[in-house]
Design a protein around this ligand. Structure first.
Ligand code: TXE
Length: 480
């Protein structure tokens, strides 16, 4: 049985306590590898290595940091098939999704910040009374990056790349549910010649490793993506230590479809925004609001397309949906489908666990599920399900749909479908979200600010926002 290792001070090593966790393949429900069940001792070693490496990495010329990071990007590209296969096996997502989305984006994250750092500048402010101010943005030191299981390498590198580019050293923790590609990234970093201790990857449980990262006095900033509840736990521990915090949390995103939309485009994209990655993307549009005059037409056409989706094992080229990430998560999603029916919803299609055959008989598969007839304030429409489940709700006016869209504790992303530009901009202004897509979904420019409001998080990732997060800002005022 393969045992993956921590990556500390440039070496692949077992956890100090020699304790291991089973890693289950969602497609089959079988244990296929083991990961370190590390603890505070491993985080201490990683932090010590990072602190030592920081003395050099922080003053390494930006062009050299950029070169090494671009080498990592090239190696991710070179090893794309192996990384995609590992990601698909670890997460349960279709192989073609890992190949076309997850791993290319991980490559792009490294390439983007390897070049972005070359253009990162700061301001100066001249004063009338013969003085000038200039702003210095310097690396923080050792930072912590904690990431989730839904887009494992994609989100892991989305944090690590800007942190390294800005000259910090990192103690990173991938989800214990999907550790494999983070382990393969360790090997890539060694091959790329990343100096030892610059990046350290510690595997294990959130309450042991994640918590130790949050608590460690020498780790000055925490960048976290995951559940809102966990985000609150991290914030409570980090706040008294005055650590910088970037929290990308849950979402319950509205997908608003007006009668004057481009119907076919809205329909096709809504299938994607509902069920991509088995609905396990914090940006998925899980609450679909449809203007009443086209409600029946859209509902029927949408259900017809959903019925044509193929739930299958991840390496099946025909798979539109693969397995959800774990047995507990499958049970959580199925419990919400049960709740929806108790709250008065009607399941228009789906609603059941899918039982495949042979090797996949014990995998975690759920039918794409569409539910109508629920009140917009019921739990099903207020709580993040994070699976292949969407609800349909008609609306009669902009005011009504804005009230419903903004009614949850979340505010991450939203989608608006209308050919009326004025209405689109009016909606974008009033929707409580960090991201508004108009006539598109998941169209991403890495330079843009990324993050949510309310219980969807604090701070912004992306572009210079990320580089500013991972630097300390100092103003120097000089009397001329
Ligand atoms: O997140 P967790 P999970 C949502 C989604 C999902 C829920 C839980 O609703 O069902 O969050 O998912 C580490 N201190 N999203 O289990 O538990 C943990 O080990 C420090 C939305 O993935 O938050 C993992 O590495 N770290 C999200 C990471 O935090 C802790 C994507 C995320 O785990 C910790 C995924 C602690 N006390 C889930 N406890 C998005 N916004 O994209 C856990 N961790």
């Amino acid at each position: 049985m393969q045992q993956i290792l921590n990556y500390i001070n440039g070496e692949l090593r077992a956890p100090v306590n020699n304790q291991w966790l089973d890693n289950v393949e969602p497609a089959t429900g079988k244990v296929y590898s083991q990961i370190p069940s590390s603890d505070a001792d491993d985080v201490a070693l990683a932090t010590e290595a990072a602190e030592k490496a920081f003395q050099t990495w922080s003053i390494t010329p930006v062009a050299e940091r950029s070169r090494i990071m671009d080498k990592i990007a090239s190696l991710i590209e070179e090893k794309l098939p192996e990384l995609a296969a590992a990601e698909s096996k670890d997460n349960g997502k279709p192989l073609k999704l890992a190949s076309h989305v997850d791993i290319p984006r991980a490559r792009d994250n490294f390439h983007f910040f390897a070049t972005g750092i070359l253009h990162f500048a700061s301001e100066s402010h001249a004063m009338e009374d013969n003085a000038i101010n200039y702003t210095l943005r310097t690396p923080i030191g050792v930072v912590g990056c904690i990431s989730p299981w839904n887009l494992p390498l994609y989100l892991f590198t989305w944090k690590i790349a800007p942190a390294l580019a800005a000259g910090n050293c990192v103690v990173a923790k991938p989800s214990e549910v999907t550790p494999m590609t983070a382990y393969l990234l360790s090997e890539i970093c060694i091959e790329a010649g990343l100096p030892k201790g610059v990046l350290n990857i510690v595997h294990g449980l959130g309450q042991h490793v994640g918590n130790a990262i949050t608590e460690h006095p020498k780790i000055k900033a925490i960048s976290f993506t995951g559940g809102t509840q966990t985000g609150a736990t991290i914030a409570a521990k980090a706040a008294p230590k005055f650590k910088k915090l970037s929290l990308e949390l849950g979402g319950k995103n509205p997908n608003i479809i007006f009668a004057d939309c481009d119907f076919e485009k809205a329909l096709k994209t809504s299938v994607m925004s509902s069920f991509a990655n088995q609905g396990q993307i914090c940006l998925c549009g899980s609450r679909i609001f449809i203007e009443r005059s086209i409600y029946n037409k859209f509902r029927d056409a949408f259900v017809e397309k959903v019925n044509a989706l193929n739930v299958s094992y991840p390496t099946d080229p025909k798979a539109n949906l693969g397995a959800v990430v774990s047995k507990p998560h499958m049970e959580k999603v199925l419990s919400y489908i049960q709740l929806a029916q108790e709250e008065g919803g009607t399941v228009l299609t789906g609603g059941n666990q899918v039982h495949l055959s042979d090797d996949y008989a014990n995998g975690y598969y759920i039918e794409p599920t569409v539910i109508e007839g629920l009140d917009y304030l019921c739990r099903t429409n207020q709580e993040e399900i994070f699976g292949p489940v969407v609800t349909l709700t008609p609306f009669d006016s902009e005011e009504e749909v804005l009230t419903m869209a903004n009614s949850t504790e979340y505010g991450l992303a939203s989608t608006v479908w209308t050919e009326n530009l004025t209405k689109a901009h009016r909606m974008a202004q009033q929707i409580e979200a960090g991201i508004v897509w108009i006539n598109c979904w998941l169209l991403r420019d890495l330079r843009t600010p990324f993050g949510g409001v309310k219980n969807s998080g604090v701070g912004r990732e992306g572009g210079f926002e990320a580089l500013k997060f991972f630097t300390e800002t100092k103003n120097v005022c000089v009397k001329l």
